[in-house]
Design a protein around this ligand. Structure first.
Ligand code: SF4
Length: 164
């Protein structure tokens, strides 16, 4: 099941219909999300919830509470974020709560990022994404027999190529 927690987003990517749709910035009430999850669990409709489509789920003030709720209902979760809202403590909690976190890195140029979030430069945005990748790699060490060993550190290394 896909749940769009909020229509709000701090980015305005060229390819995204978010702007053209002109929907008011709005979010699902926690009580409604709880009802949806409870009915899904009760009727065994799904045990997987993905928070993406449009909107930046981390802008929802109760995003972490919703993820806790999913855990209580034993639902596996996937959340897609643009990574711009990286904060160390928040992401530690996030990595603990979510089963799969996708950082949908916007490979836009500096001007485009500033266009969508005036106070964030492209370099600052990139730093946040790299910090999130590094944090993930630090708190969840890769097992030697993993099928894709070192995948996340490799991404971090790749992103750091901009320094050369
Ligand atoms: S970050 Fe995602 S939701 Fe936001 S504008 Fe870009 S593609 Fe759309």
């Amino acid at each position: 099941m896909h749940l769009e927690m909020t229509t709000a987003c701090n980015f305005r990517c060229d390819f995204c219909p978010l702007v053209e749709l002109q929907r008011p910035a709005s979010r699902l009430e926690y009580s409604l999300i709880e009802q949806i999850l409870s009915e899904c669990a009760e009727h065994r409709l799904t045990n997987r919830v993905a928070f993406h489509l449009m909107g930046e789920a981390l802008l929802h003030p109760q995003c972490m509470d919703v993820l806790r709720l999913c855990r209580r209902y034993r639902m596996r979760t996937r959340l897609v974020t643009n990574g711009a809202l990286y904060r160390d403590e928040k992401y530690r909690e996030l990595f603990d709560l979510v089963d799969t976190l996708d950082i949908s890195f916007r490979t836009v140029d500096d001007m485009e990022v500033q266009q969508v979030q005036e106070k964030l430069t492209f370099d600052e945005y990139l730093d946040r994404v790299v910090a999130a990748v590094d944090l993930r790699a630090a708190i969840v060490p890769f097992r030697p027999h993993s099928k894709r060993p070192g995948r996340i550190p490799d991404v971090g290394k790749h992103l750091s190529l901009r320094l050369f």
